[in-house]
Design a protein around this ligand. Structure first.
Ligand code: 6PG
Length: 245
């Protein structure tokens, strides 16, 4: 097991959102104190949404200098930014707009563009903003019931062709492209927080954390950051874990 890996099991989805918001706040304080800015990667999906609402409200809202936070995205659906499927739209409505974040500090993936071009453009943007080998302070991730994370879905070898920071894989189950950070970009981070909850995650969580390593089947197993890895899960999702008994 990776040395700096932590598993926190909390009571329910509300506690999960609180823990996640607290972790983001702490991580931001540390980064801003050390380096003067906080480079945060946001996740899509339902689990982070409640945490975004907590971040955009007191006390976390008032405890942070949000002008020093730079927002990036872990993945995006190939839709325009005002589409209900857009991860950017969800983040804008729950977090970025309520906090009044300047557009110059929120870097979205352009889901409305041709997917391969959008992936290349986002990789170029990351290098412009963060240097040749970008290191995020915190990458927020979720996990699907099939063991996917960001838009790294089962069946495609997530290690393959990992020279790029961003890719646009075709996801057969949705018959569409997605734009996603690659394992290389995710794993360079100082910290990765994976938050997942609910009964539909129990089997995947057990297999991912306690089963054999098979990242083609469970792409989230590819997440092994250079820095700290924190799993935040609720009791229901953790119900199958030996370590939770
Ligand atoms: C997305 C995500 C995706 C998500 C998982 C878990 O755009 O859908 O980034 O990887 O995190 O599917 O989603 P939930 O938190 O909604 O279960």
């Amino acid at each position: 097991m990776q040395a700096d890996r932590h598993l926190f099991i909390v009571a329910d989805e509300r506690a999960l959102a609180q823990s996640l918001a607290g972790l983001v706040g702490d991580s931001a304080q540390t980064a801003i104190a050390a380096r003067g800015r906080f480079n945060l990667v946001l996740a899509g999906g339902s689990t982070p949404k409640a945490a975004y609402a907590l971040l955009a409200a007191p006390p976390v809202r008032d405890a942070l200098d949000w002008t020093k936070v730079h927002f990036f995205f872990g993945d995006e659906r190939c839709v325009p930014p005002d589409d209900d499927q857009s991860n950017y739209k969800m983040a804008r409505e729950t977090l970025l707009a309520p906090l009044g974040i300047a557009e110059s500090h929120a870097f979205r993936m352009r889901g409305e563009d041709e997917p391969q071009a959008a992936a290349l453009d986002y990789a170029a943007l990351l290098r412009r903003e963060l240097g040749a080998e970008p290191v995020f302070d915190l990458v927020m991730l979720g996990m699907g019931p099939d063991g996917h994370t960001a838009s790294l879905f089962p069946g495609t070898d997530p290690l393959l062709d990992d020279d790029l920071l961003v890719k646009a894989p075709f996801v057969a189950k949705f018959e569409s492209y997605r734009i996603t950070l690659t394992p290389r970009a995710i794993n360079a981070a100082r910290e990765v927080a994976i938050a997942t909850a609910g009964p539909e995650k129990t089997a995947a969580l057990t297999a991912v954390l306690e089963g054999p390593r098979d990242p083609v089947k469970f792409p989230i197993q590819i997440v092994r950051p250079a820095g700290r890895l924190v799993w935040l899960v609720d009791r229901v999702a953790a119900a199958g874990l030996q370590t939770a008994k």
